[in-house]
Write a protein of this length. Structure first.
Length: 258
């Protein structure tokens, strides 16, 4: 692990030195052969970079030709490619497809095809109108498409039995503090669990989002959510601008999408 981190830092330093005068993307921050050398280095690379696939970036094919983000994510779903973060000196984010040889590391080859489909499915929602809604939380406050117009809505879909959904709540509470003075942002959570079960659950746990229960049909049929947790960011015009699955991704997205 320490060897990988050292190599990562060295790669970034070399890239910045060589391409310091260029506004275009430089070479990969990390050599793909190093990333694919074993499962530990692969997982480390994924940990630091996977959340960036939900961010705004310029995508390239294997020949460094610009392609749409949708096409980029579609290619990743095949499991044939790794996404390489390219060095940058202009503050922008760049990714390039890299063809994987299955014989190099079969485990990594399989893992790529495992994570990509959720990003591809989520990105297909971006730019679409969020469905009309009317939610009443467990405290009796009602949120509708009409009374949240002109506000950013951050929506979490979850359920009580989801451990990952519970584990990220403290991080989401901390994140909300950064926006406590923003009157134009609303944080709402939707769960299929009934109101009384949510009240019992939150009698011993703090979660600062507005909490809405009995939303199984809206979550699974209207929104077609299949992974938990799932977070939607909806802009002031009611358009979905991002869909992510972790608190880290959400925090990054809010910093760059608002």
């Amino acid at each position: 692990m320490r060897t990988f981190i050292a190599a990562l830092l060295l790669s970034v330093c070399v890239a910045c030195t060589c391409y310091g005068q260029s506004a275009n993307p430089g070479p990969p921050e990390v050599d793909p052969k190093l990333i694919l050398s074993d499962n530990n280095t692969f997982n480390t690379y994924m940990y630091y970079n996977l959340k960036l696939l939900s961010a705004n970036y310029t995508a390239y094919d294997t020949h460094l030709k610009p392609i749409s983000k949708l096409e980029f994510l579609k290619q990743l779903t095949t499991g044939n490619y790794l996404f390489l973060k390219l060095s940058s000196t202009n503050g922008k984010l760049y990714f390039k497809l890299y063809k994987i040889n299955p014989s190099v590391n079969k485990d990594c080859y399989g893992m790529v095809s495992g994570y990509a489909p959720s990003f591809y499915a989520d990105y297909q929602r971006v730019g679409k109108k969020f469905p009309h809604f009317s939610f009443t939380d467990i405290n009796g406050t009602t949120y509708t498409s009409e009374n949240t117009k002109g506000k950013i809505v951050v929506l979490k879909c979850w359920f009580i039995g989801c451990q990952a959904c519970q584990q990220e709540m403290p991080a989401l509470n901390t994140m909300m503090q950064a926006y406590k003075n923003r009157k134009d942002i609303v944080f709402i959570s939707l769960a299929p669990d009934a109101k009384d079960k949510l009240q019992t659950f939150f009698s011993r746990r703090q979660f600062d989002y507005a909490k809405v229960g009995s939303q199984d049909a809206f979550i699974t049929k209207t929104l077609n959510v299949q992974e938990y947790p799932t977070h939607f960011i909806i802009n002031k015009q009611g358009i979905i601008v991002n869909v992510v699955n972790t608190a880290d991704e959400l925090q990054y997205a809010l910093q760059h999408d608002l």
